[in-house]
Design a protein. Structure first.
Lengths: 376, 280
């Protein structure tokens, strides 16, 4: 059981390649943290720094308030699952799982008990004598997990452990890892570039880009209230539609299309000084609806467009269309009868819309009232 | 021309090539074997298939009091085993360092390995002679072993380093997380996985002392220290008593230990050791 603290972590290679900068994060005991970001955003590097496989250039890293920067990986009480499994090919499944325990000088009976237990949890009991090459991808991944479990370490690190599995197996293993976390309650850090994994598994998501934290929050927070355009576009599939827009007289102009904003939004934007300025307007595909399905209050934003692509995803349909030269995607019910070339009337669900500053790309939100005011 | 005739022609060409190669390899071998079974010592009266063959030369080599053959054989085996074992140890350690550590001079060290191989051993002869003389190892088998092992490092370390590079670094990382240090990783992860290339290094370095003539010629002075190649050469080089048939018998016997070591090592010369460790 461990909590972690990363303070102003910086990682550079050579003199001028900075991979991670100003990274601050506190992770509580028992949390399942997911680092998510595009490839090359530094997420794996941070994980390897936590593991002790990479040196920390600057900053401090604590586990249970003990500074760990210069502690050897083996003394950090961390177990890690690698993207490529990294099983020892010349050892049987049992030996693979027992290796770490043997090195720690555990008794034979203790090792056997722990490996058997882990094998039982992961359904590997029948494969203990096999070599890794005689296992399927999913089984190998389980062995890699098993190797981490038997260690009974304070922290689990997982570096894209599911990226080599096929789609079906991935969903299955995702659920198993979640179950495992509930069962063991070990503090876990999971790295992925797949936002679905992040949303489904995390207790908190850390969205990263170019070595910097874009947002930290629960999956719901990150999805519903993205702090900036990057998070808005990265989390959610298909991505949030972002329109270049301009605010004039309480109306939002996207090209020549005008949208009447709700009073509260108008006030918030005016108060923040955006009247007459260009902003970015974001709306998720599921919040662009066919007008007739919406309540009366939202119908003011109705506009007609021609559908250019129809993608059936089983339970829902993605409709591609253009508004003032900007393509967007709407997610509608699969029972909707729309085909390419049809003109459909859409409306935005204004309660779920997002506004971003045009220069900083940061979300524009209602300024929270100072605590004293609320109390008074 | 249809596909079938094309196939047939290419098969004929392939088999012809194989037969030519086989003749080139086996002809001298059969001759040597034939000569070794001929009675008498003359090269000129010998034939490839002797009419009245005998093992007298083989018996002579091992039993005649004038023959040092057994001593040479022991010397060579000692040098071969020592060279093979020491070379494997030094080569793999060097290769591990070059494959897994990043240090100043790593790149140029590798270049140096490559460049060193471009110079023939002959160039170093004088230096080796002087060096061994200074440290008092001239005319000793250990002196010879030292030179062999030293010479083996650049060439073989390059080979083994290349092989180590193909072993995924994640295995090292994983072992590190499991609590292993560098030596543990080297012995329990790298060496077992590098068996094929280690077998090659061991075999080559085992064979070298049996084949090499020039180095022993320079380092070894007294007959009781000779290795096989040197001793046998002196048999045919002797101005007064050319013993070609005995020479042939002695040469044939060289193949035996090499064949045994090869048969022992060949089970490690298998591919696919690494399969299953990581996703293809």
């Amino acid at each position: 059981m461990s909590d972690l603290k990363l303070v102003d972590i910086k990682k550079t290679y050579g003199k001028d390649t900075t991979v991670v900068e100003g990274f601050n994060l506190e992770i509580n005991d028992g949390e399942f943290i997911v680092f998510v970001g595009p490839s090359g955003c530094g997420k794996s590097t941070i994980l390897r720094m936590i593991a002790g496989l990479e040196e920390i250039t600057e900053g401090d890293f604590y586990i249970n308030d003990k500074r760990m920067n210069d502690i050897e990986p083996k003394n950090r009480d961390i177990a890690m699952v690698f993207q490529n499994y990294a099983l020892y090919p010349h050892m049987s499944v049992f030996d693979n799982m027992a290796f770490g325990l043997k090195l720690r000088g555990k008794k034979k009976s203790e090792i056997k008990r722990r490996v058997d237990e882990a094998a039982k949890i992961l359904g590997l009991t029948d494969f203990l004598t096999r070599k890794p090459k005689a296992l399927s991808g999913g089984q190998r991944q389980r062995v890699a997990l098993g190797r981490a479990i038997v260690r009974d370490a304070g922290i689990f690190l997982m570096d894209e452990p599911l990226s080599n599995l096929d789609a079906k197996l991935r969903v299955q293993m995702r659920a198993e890892i979640s179950k495992l976390h509930h069962r063991l309650g070990t503090t876990s850090i999971y790295v992925t570039h797949d936002q679905t994994e992040a949303l489904t598994m995390a207790s908190r998501i850390v969205v990263l880009d170019k070595g910097q934290i874009m947002q930290v929050g629960t999956p719901k927070e990150v999805y519903d209230m993205p702090d900036n355009v990057f998070v808005a576009e990265f989390i959610g599939s298909p991505a949030m539609n972002i329109f270049e827009a301009e605010l004039r007289d309480g109306q939002l102009y996207i090209g020549d299309q005008s949208i009447v904003l709700p009073e509260s939004h108008q006030k918030m934007l005016r108060d923040s000084g955006y009247d007459g300025k260009a902003i970015k307007f974001g709306v998720r595909p599921e919040d662009i609806r066919e007008t007739h399905t919406l309540e009366e209050s939202n119908k003011s934003t109705a506009f007609d467009v021609e559908v250019s692509v129809v993608e059936l995803h089983g339970s829902e349909i993605m409709l591609f269309a253009e508004m003032s030269g900007r393509e967007f995607i709407a997610r509608v019910d699969a029972r909707t009868d729309v085909s390419v070339g049809d003109v459909v009337q859409f409306s935005f669900d204004m309660e779920k819309c997002h506004y971003f500053d045009n220069d900083t790309n940061n979300a524009i939100r209602k300024k929270e009232a100072p605590v004293e005011e609320v109390l008074n | 021309m249809n596909k079938k005739t094309k196939n047939r022609i290419s098969q004929v060409i392939m088999y012809t090539l194989i037969i030519i190669m086989a003749v080139i390899i086996f002809y001298p071998l059969l001759w040597t074997l034939g000569i070794s079974l001929n009675p008498g010592t003359s090269l000129y009266s010998a034939s490839m298939i002797p009419e009245d063959w005998s093992f007298e030369h083989y018996v002579w080599l091992f039993t005649d009091p004038r023959s040092d053959y057994l001593t040479w054989y022991k010397n060579t085996l000692f040098v071969a085993f020592a060279t093979s074992i020491l070379a494997v140890i030094f080569v793999t350690l060097t290769a591990y360092a070059f494959s897994r550590y990043r240090f100043v001079g790593r790149k140029y060290g590798l270049y140096a390995f490559l460049i060193l191989q471009m110079f023939p051993v002959l160039m170093a002869m004088v230096a080796i002679y002087i060096l061994l003389n200074q440290v008092g190892l001239l005319d000793t088998l250990w002196g010879l072993i030292l030179v062999y092992v030293g010479g083996a490092i650049p060439m073989n370390a390059f080979l083994v380093k290349g092989y180590f590079d193909t072993i995924p670094r994640e295995l090292d990382d994983s072992a590190k997380m499991d609590g292993a240090g560098h030596f543990r990783i080297f012995f329990t992860i790298m060496l077992p996985l590098a068996k094929p290339i280690i077998a090659v290094v061991a075999l080559f370095n085992f064979m070298a002392p049996f084949m090499d003539f020039i180095l022993p010629r320079i380092v070894l002075r007294s007959s009781e220290n000779y290795t096989l190649a040197l001793g046998l050469f002196n048999m045919v080089n002797d101005a007064f008593a050319n013993q070609f048939t005995r020479f042939a018998a002695g040469s044939i016997l060289i193949a035996i230990p090499i064949a045994i070591v090869f048969l022992f090592l060949q089970r490690y010369l298998i591919s696919g050791l690494m399969s299953g460790s990581t996703k293809g």
